[in-house]
Write a protein that binds this ligand. Structure first.
Ligand code: ADP
Length: 156
C-alpha cells in the first residue's frame, strides 16, 4: 500500500494500526530446557526456523535459543552436543514478548529496536510458582509481518 502512491492514506494507516498479533502469528517451534544442543540444531533444520522457544517442565516460557546462540557454543567445544539448551538460551527475564492483543506495529517496533528475528506470543500462565510465568501461544516473525504487508498490497 505504500508502493506507487508513496505514503499510505488515512484509511490504509488505520487498517494497519488495527491488525493484532493474534490475527497474524504462526505456530511456535518449542523445545524443553533439557533438550541437548544437538537436538536443538536438528530441530532448527527440520522446522526451518531461526529461533527455538524453550519451555520449562510446566510448559511455561523459559527462554529463546537462536542460531547464533547454538553456533557459538559448538565452536571449539567437542562436548557441545550434549549440553542442555538451557545453558545457552536467552533467559525468560530478558526475553521480549508480545500478547495476542498487541498490535502488529508494536511487535514490529520491538523486533527492530532489539534487532531480533522473532518474538514469542504469550499469555499469562495460571502457574502458582512465584514470579511471572507465561504460556507460549505463538511466534511472530519479520517474515510474518512482511507477508502481511504484501497481502495488503495484493488486496488493493
Ligand atoms: P540469530 O542468532 O540468528 O542472529 P536473532 O537475531 O533472533 O537470531 O537472535 C539474536 C540474539 O537475541 C540471540 O542471543 C537470541 O537468544 C536473542 N533473542 C532472540 N529472540 C529474542 C527475544 N524475543 N527476546 C530477547 N532476546 C532474543
Amino acid at each position: 500500500f505504500v508502493g506507487k502512491r508513496g505514503t499510505p492514506n488515512r484509511e490504509e494507516k488505520f487498517r494497519l494500526l488495527q491488525m493484532k498479533v493474534g490475527d497474524l502469528h504462526g505456530v511456535p517451534v518449542i523445545v524443553r530446557e533439557t533438550t541437548t544442543i544437538q537436538e536443538a540444531v536438528v530441530a532448527l533444520f527440520l522446522e526451518n526456523v531461526s529461533n527455538l522457544i524453550v519451555t520449562d517442565e510446566d510448559g511455561d516460557l523459559a527462554g529463546v535459543a537462536s542460531r547464533k546462540d547454538l553456533l557459538k557454543v559448538t565452536l571449539g567445544n567437542p562436548n557441545a552436543a550434549t549440553i542442555p539448551v538451557s545453558l545457552v538460551m536467552t533467559r525468560q527475564a530478558n526475553v521480549v514478548t508480545v500478547s495476542p492483543e498487541d498490535t502488529v506495529l508494536e511487535a514490529a517496533r520491538k523486533i527492530i529496536a532489539r534487532q531480533i528475528d522473532s518474538l514469542p506470543v504469550v499469555v499469562p500462565s495460571d502457574s502458582d510458582k512465584p514470579g511471572e510465568h507465561w504460556k507460549v501461544v505463538g511466534r511472530i516473525t519479520k517474515t510474518n509481518i512482511i507477508k502481511m504487508l504484501l497481502d495488503m498490497v495484493a488486496e488493493d
